[in-house]
Ligand binder design. Structure first.
Ligand SMILES: [Zn+2]
Length: 177
C-alpha cells in the first residue's frame, strides 16, 4: 500500500488504520495507491472519497475539524487534535475499496459496523519537523572565513604570476629589445 499523504494526519497511523479497514473488508491492501487529502469542506465533519472501478487507486478526503456543542447551544467546528469521526472515515474507505473491486452504487451493501468503538484508532496530527535553531551569526562567520581563504589563495597565485611575468619582461629589457 502506497500512501501519498497531503492531509494533516500522521501517515503511519493512517496506514495502520487503512490496513485495519482492508482486513475487515477481506481485501488485500497490496499494490494499492491511496491519496489522502484534507476535506474540501473544512466546516463540516465529513469524509468523501473517489475511486476507479477495477483499480488499485483511490483518494480519500479526511475531516480536519471537529464538531462541538457550544455553551450557547449551537454546534460549531473547531480545529481538532485527533482525527474526528474515524468510524465515518472507515465506512468511506470501505465504500471506495468496494468501487476498486468493481462494485457500483446499486450493488453495494453499506458497511455498517466496519469497526467497533473499541478498535477505532486515534489518529494524531503529523508531527511538526523540529528545525534545529540556526545560528545565523556563526553561519555568516564560517562563510566569511571560507571567502577569506579563497581570496588569499587567489592573492598568492596572482603574486606568483606577477613575479613570473615581471621576470620575463626584465629578461627582454636586458637583451635590449
Ligand atoms: Zn461511491
Amino acid at each position: 500500500m502506497k500512501i501519498q499523504n497531503k492531509s494533516k494526519w500522521d501517515t503511519d497511523e493512517l496506514r495502520d488504520f487503512f490496513r485495519l479497514v482492508f482486513k475487515k473488508e477481506g481485501i488485500s491492501p497490496k499494490r494499492y495507491n491511496i491519496t489522502v487529502m484534507n476535506t474540501r469542506f473544512p466546516r463540516k465533519d465529513c469524509c468523501t472519497g473517489c475511486a476507479y472501478l477495477h483499480s488499485k487507486t483511490l483518494t480519500i478526503r479526511l475531516p480536519t475539524m471537529e464538531r462541538v456543542m457550544g455553551s450557547d447551544g449551537f454546534s460549531r467546528c473547531v480545529d481538532s487534535e485527533v482525527m474526528p469521526i474515524p468510524k465515518t472515515v472507515a465506512q468511506a474507505l470501505a465504500h471506495e475499496i468496494h468501487h476498486t473491486i468493481g462494485y457500483q452504487h446499486r450493488e453495494m451493501i453499506k458497511s455498517e459496523d466496519i469497526l467497533t468503538p473499541e478498535n477505532l484508532p486515534v489518529i494524531h496530527k503529523k508531527k511538526r519537523k523540529i528545525n534545529p535553531k540556526r545560528n545565523f551569526v556563526k553561519e555568516r562567520y564560517e562563510h566569511a572565513k571560507k571567502k577569506l581563504l579563497e581570496w588569499q589563495r587567489k592573492e598568492t597565485r596572482a603574486m606568483k604570476l606577477r613575479k613570473k611575468w615581471a621576470k620575463k619582461v626584465g629578461y627582454y629589457e636586458k637583451k635590449g629589445t
